[in-house]
Design a protein around this ligand. Structure first.
Ligand code: NDP
Length: 606
C-alpha cells in the first residue's frame, strides 16, 4: 500500500490491516525466551574491554550508604546525599569507572537521543555547558566523571567490583554486601542503581555458537579489531572486512553510518526497521547559555515532562522529536474543542491516531527521499505506530544505505535463519562474514536478580525475586516492605518518564537523600515502608494506564513484552503513577518536604 491511500476511510482501514499484518508476522510464541545470555563461546562478551582491573585485598568494613552501580542513578543519589550532609557513601561498580550505560556503550556514534540540557543531570551544580543539543557518548561519560569528582564520589568507591550477594542482618540492622572480590561490606543503607538496560542479550539463532569469525556485542565494542575510537575516528581496520550486524534498534542506527563508511562490505540483518525521525543537532551557543537564569534546569525538565506527556505549556523549551507528536495531538484536540467538539477520551484517541498516522507517513516519505535504491527504501519503512518501538532520530543512518558497500538484508520480520562457521543465512542465502556484531539489545523482561546479577535477601530470608514473583511491589517505586533501609533508584512505579530517564533518577536521589538524612538525624536504625502503604500504592498502580508497555497490538519488542500477553506481573513491573510524571513529581516533592514521610516507619536501635 502507499501512504496516500491512508487519507481515505478505506485507506485508513488498509493502513490498520497493514500494521496488523506486519505485527502478526513477527509474533513468536517464545517471547523473551528467544534471547540467550552470553555464555560458553560468548562468555567473554561480559568482560570489560576498557578498564585495567587493579588487584586489591578483599575489604571487610562498614559504610553508612552503599550505592550499587555507578551510573547516573548511583551518582545523582550520591550527589544528593553529599549535599544533605551524608558523607560516608560508597559506590560499588562492576565497570572500571563511573558512567554505567555510558561506561559500557562506547560504540562509534553513540549519542543520547534526549536533549543534553535535560538529560545530563546536575548541570547547574557542576557548572557544565553541553557542547551541542544532543551530546555524544564521550561527553556524557565525561559528565558522569564530573559529577563523581564534584561531589567526592570517587573517594571510597570500588570499581571492577561486582556485587554477588546482598543480605539483611536483622541483628545489627545492616546490609551485608558480598562481591566477586571477596569483600564483605556492611552498610546501614543501600541504594540500588543497577540500571534498566544493563545485561546484554543475544538472539537465540540456530548455530550462533558455531560462528568462527570475530564477534562482539555493541556494549563491549572491540576497537582493537575495528580500529577507530569512541570519539569518532574512522574504523580503518575494517577496510578489508566483510562485516555483519544483527539488529536495527537505537544502538545499530547510531553505529551503522560508521560501519558503512569503513567496512569493505556491510550486511545489516534486519527483522524490524526502526522509525528514523530528523535529528537536527546543533551546537549550544555559550552566549545564549550564559543568559539562562539560576534554576533553569528544573524549569526545562518540567517543561519537557509536561509537553511530552500531553500537558499544556506556554512554550516548548526542548522542541524535538519527543515533544513533536504530543504537540500535534494537543493542537488537534484544541482545534476540535474550539470548533465545538466535546473533550472526551475519544477526542484524544482520534487526535492521537491522526497525529501518529501523519508522523509515520512523514517518516516513511523521508526514507523514499533519502535512500536511492527503491527496494532498500521499501525495506526500511516502519509499519507501526511511532511509539510501538523506541523512536530513533538520525541524519546519517538512512544515507548510510547509499554507500556502495552497504547492504540491507531484510528478513521480512522473520529474523536471521541460521548462523554457521563462516556467516549468516537468510532466505536460503549465505552471507560470508569476517566479523559479526550483535546489536541485539539488553534484557528487559527477565527477573530483577538475573538483570542485576545478584539476589537481594531481606527480612526473614525473603528474596526480592520471591517477593516480586507476581510483579514489582514498592512504595513510590523506591521502598520495598520487608527490605528495610533499601532504596530502588529507577523510573518504574514512580514517574515512569522513559523519554528522560535521568529526571526520574534525580528526583529519586533527592527523595532518598532526604530520608537517609532524616533517619540519621532522629537516630533511627531502620526505615521501612509499612505493608498498608505499599499495598495501597500497588493497588493505585494496578489501575494505572501509565506504563511503558505499549499496546499489545504493536509490533513486538521490549516496549510491549515482545507481544506476549500482559499479565498483572508485567503491568506492575512497568507501571507508573496514574497521575503521570508531573503528578508524581509534584506529589513526591510535597511528600518529602512535609517531613512526615507518611507510609514509612522509622525504628530506633534495638
Ligand atoms: P534493541 O533491543 O532496541 O534492538 C535489538 C535489535 O535486535 C532489534 O532490531 C531486534 O529486532 C533485533 N533482533 C533480535 N533478534 C533478532 C534476530 N533473530 N534476527 C534479526 N534481528 C534480531 O537494542 P538496542 O541496543 O538497539 O537498544 C536498546 C535500548 O537502549 C534502546 O531502546 C534505548 O532505550 C537505549 N538506547 C538509548 C540510546 C539513547 O539515545 N539514549 C542510544 C542507544 C540505545 P526486532 O525489532 O524485530 O525485535
Amino acid at each position: 500500500m502507499t501512504d496516500r491511500d491512508a487519507t481515505t476511510a478505506a485507506g485508513n482501514d488498509a493502513l490498520r490491516a497493514k500494521y496488523r499484518a506486519e505485527r502478526d508476522k513477527r509474533i513468536r510464541s517464545d517471547g523473551n525466551d528467544q534471547y540467550i545470555q552470553p555464555s560458553g563461546r560468548f562468555a567473554h562478551f561480559l568482560d570489560d574491554p576498557y578498564g585495567e582491573r587493579v588487584e586489591r585485598e578483599p575489604l571487610t568494613d562498614e559504610v553508612t550508604v552503599a550505592l550499587i552501580g555507578g551510573g547516573f542513578a548511583g551518582l545523582v543519589t550520591g550527589a544528593h546525599l553529599k549535599q544533605a550532609g551524608v558523607t560516608d557513601v560508597r559506590i560499588i561498580e562492576g565497570g572500571g569507572d563511573v558512567g554505567g550505560a555510558w561506561y559500557w556503550n562506547r560504540y562509534p556514534g553513540a549519542q543520547c537521543d534526549t536533549a543534553a540540557m535535560i538529560y545530563l543531570p546536575l548541570l547547574e551544580e557542576t557548572g557544565h555547558m553541553p557542547s551541542q543539543k544532543y551530546t555524544l557518548a564521550p561527553e556524557i561519560f565525561a559528565h558522569a566523571k564530573r559529577i563523581a569528582t564534584t561531589f567526592g564520589l570517587y573517594d571510597n568507591a570500588l570499581f571492577s567490583t561486582e556485587v554477588t550477594s546482598l543480605h539483611w542482618d536483622h541483628v545489627t540492622s545492616r546490609w551485608i554486601i558480598g562481591t566477586n572480590r571477596g569483600d564483605e561490606i556492611r552498610a546501614q543503607f543501600v541504594a540500588m542503581g543497577t540500571g534498566p538496560l544493563h545485561r546484554p542479550k543475544l538472539p537465540g539463532i540456530a548455530g550462533i555458537e558455531t560462528f568462527a569469525g570475530h564477534s562482539f556485542h555493541t556494549s563491549r565494542w572491540d576497537y582493537d579489531y575495528t580500529g577507530g575510537s569512541p570519539a569518532g575516528a574512522p574504523l580503518e581496520k575494517l577496510a578489508d572486512k566483510r562485516v555483519g550486524i544483527i539488529g536495527t534498534g537505537a544502538t545499530s542506527v547510531q553505529c551503522i553510518p560508521h560501519l558503512a563508511r569503513a567496512a569493505q562490505e556491510l550486511f545489516v540483518f534486519q527483522r524490524t526497521p526502526s522509525s528514523i525521525d530528523i535529528r537536527n543537532n546543533h551546537p549550544i551557543e555559550p552566549d545564549w547559555f550564559a543568559t539562562l537564569e539560576a534554576g533553569w534546569q528544573k524549569k526545562w525538565l518540567e517543561n519537557f515532562a509536561i509537553l511530552q506527556t500531553g500537558g499544556f505549556a506556554d512554550e516548548d523549551l526542548v522542541k524535538d522529536g519527543w515533544t513533536d507528536i504530543s504537540q500535534r495531538i494537543r493542537d488537534r484536540v484544541v482545534a476540535e474543542v474550539t470548533a465545538g467538539a466535546e473533550y472526551t477520551p475519544e477526542t484524544v484517541e482520534r487526535a492521537f491516531s491522526e497525529s501518529d498516522d501523519e508522523k509515520m507517513t512523514e517518516i516513511r516519505a523521508r526514507v523514499d527521499a533519502i535512500v536511492a535504491d527503491p527496494e532498500t527504501a521499501e525495506g526500511l519503512k516502519p509499519w507501526y505506530r511511532q511509539l510501538c518501538k523506541r523512536p530513533c532520530f538520525h541524519d546519517e543512518y538512512l544515507q548510510a544505505y547509499n554507500e556502495p558497500g552497504a547492504h540491507l538484508v531484510d528478513t521480512d520480520g522473520k529474523g536471521v535463519e541460521r548462523i554457521d562457521e563462516t556467516g549468516v543465512w537468510v532466505g536460503g542465502v549465505h552471507y560470508e562474514l569476517d566479523c559479526l556484531i550483535f546489536a541485539s539489545g539488553f534484557e528487559v523482561g527477565t527477573d530483577y536478580a538475573r538483570r542485576s546479577g545478584f539476589e537481594t535477601v531481606g527480612r526473614n530470608g525473603l528474596s526480592l525475586s520471591d517477593h516480586w514473583a507476581d510483579g514489582m511491589q514498592t512504595l513510590h517505586g523506591i521502598h520495598v516492605q520487608g527490605f528495610p533501609n533499601l532504596f530502588i533508584v529507577g523510573p518504574n512505579q514512580g514517574a515512569n518518564l522513559i523519554s528522560n530517564i535521568t529526571h526520574n533518577l534525580t528526583e529519586a536521589g533527592q527523595t532518598i537523600a532526604m530520608i537517609v538524612a532524616h533517619a540519621l538525624d532522629v537516630g533511627a536504625a531502620e526505615v521501612e515502608a509499612t505493608e498498608t502503604a505499599e499495598q495501597a500504592w500497588v493497588e493505585r498502580l494496578a489501575t494505572s494506564t501509565q506504563s511503558f508497555l505499549g499496546n499489545p497490538d504493536c509490533t513486538p519488542g521490549y516496549y510491549n513484552n515482545e507481544g506476549q500477553e500482559l499479565g498483572r506481573r508485567e503491568r506492575l513491573n512497568a507501571s507508573g503513577d496514574p497521575r503521570g510524571p508531573i503528578g508524581y513529581f509534584e506529589y513526591i516533592d510535597q511528600w518529602r518536604n512535609s517531613g512526615e514521610f507518611e507510609g514509612l516507619e522509622f525504628c530506633p536501635p534495638r
